[in-house]
Design a protein around this ligand. Structure first.
Ligand code: GTQ
Length: 350
């Protein structure tokens, strides 16, 4: 904003603004400082959602509307700094989805990418282009953009997972397309676990063979807890701890070693009991799930207590310090994948 202008200049300028306004023209110099800032000032704020509290509301929704009626029965975790936008950060969405025993969520596909991170329950599945991923607590399952997906719960317990999508990112480009399959459920095209057995084991079908069914650039869509947890355990036993991250492992796309989705990166961390990380900030806005343990997160000036299954958000460029009272195991997803493609990503360790 231009301040300290002489009164007569200011009043002539305001006349000019009023006259041009109906022609949809506006002066940059009044808004430049708010557009091009010296450093990020996200509207999204640090926040923690108590899983127990959210679960209570979600189960009440379960009494009132079926998964099929809702298409997706989800409570959106809306960042308190940007309510009404279905966003947890400027670029990412998060929601808690409930599928009750015997229910299905009908098949659809869309240009938004999604990941699921299982919070409770075992035996429900997400079907991706006709192949089931049978899900267990803290498994990561992907539905890359434009792949058909439906969900179902043949188990006898409720199943709840966290949905992470790039809905706000796609909204920026207005490139949202979606369609529903005529059938509620996609026909099975491969046995459950076929892709995990192959690509998850560093194998792929001989190129060009009939078994080459999954998209070559993004084949794997299931990253089971048993595998990533074991990898973290071994790392914690054998590697020096990173002072800023704790023990941390990124999920990768086996086709190219890059992030799991074009717009979303994901990783896990183990902070040993008694450890406190050094402050670190990065431009990616990140959503964390507490898988195990207890402790605290200091996010900028905000401190939150961490208990199992709580979800918290660290906005762009806010420093994060993690303190573990018990071994703290965290899952996180962020928009680092998008930012790196656009040349925007930056991080700083103190
Ligand atoms: O499961 O396909 O939380 O399309 C939001 C949009 C879940 C899904 C969400 C979706 C889905």
């Amino acid at each position: 904003m231009t301040t300290h202008l002489p009164n007569d200049q200011r009043s002539q300028l305001e006349d000019l603004y009023r006259e041009m306004d109906p022609s949809a023209l506006t002066p940059l110099w009044e808004v430049l400082a708010a557009l091009v800032k010296p450093e990020p000032r996200p509207q999204a704020i640090a926040h923690r959602w108590s899983y127990d509290e959210a679960r209570g509301y979600l189960m009440r929704a379960g009494d009132l509307i079926s998964a099929e009626q809702a298409e997706r029965r989800v409570l959106v975790l809306e960042n308190p700094g940007i309510r009404g936008q279905s966003a947890i950060t400027g670029s990412l969405y998060a929601g808690l989805q409930l599928i009750l025993p015997g229910e299905i969520a009908p098949c659809h596909r869309h240009t938004q990418c999604a990941l699921r991170f299982v919070m409770e329950g075992s035996g429900a599945y997400t079907t991706v282009d006709g192949e089931k991923a049978v899900m267990n607590p803290f498994d990561l399952v992907l539905t890359p953009n434009w792949q058909w997906h439906d969900h179902g719960n043949p188990s006898d317990k409720p199943m709840i997972w966290l949905d992470g999508l790039d809905i706000p990112t796609v909204r920026i480009f207005d490139t949202t397309f979606s369609e529903r399959l005529d059938d509620k459920v996609h026909p099975e095209t491969a046995p459950a676990g076929a892709t995990l057995a192959t690509y998850g084991g560093n194998l792929r079908p001989f190129r060009g063979s009939a078994a080459d069914r999954r998209p070559a650039e993004r084949p794997l869509f299931h990253y089971p807890y048993v595998q990533w947890r074991q990898a973290l355990t071994v790392m914690a036993q054998s590697a020096a701890i990173d002072p800023h991250l704790g023990h941390a492992l990124e999920f990768t796309n086996p086709a190219d070693g890059g992030p799991v989705l074009p717009t979303i990166s994901a990783h896990v961390r183990l902070i040993p009991a008694g450890f406190e990380t050094r402050p670190r900030r990065a431009t990616d806005g990140a959503v964390f799930v507490v898988c195990e343990g207890r402790g605290r997160a200091r996010i900028g000036d905000t401190e939150v207590e961490l208990r199992e299954r709580d979800v918290f958000v660290v906005p762009c460029w806010q420093s994060l310090v993690l303190q573990a009272d018990e071994d703290l195991v965290l899952f996180a997803y962020s928009d680092k994948a998008s930012q790196q493609k656009l040349g925007l990503y930056k991080e700083e360790s103190q």
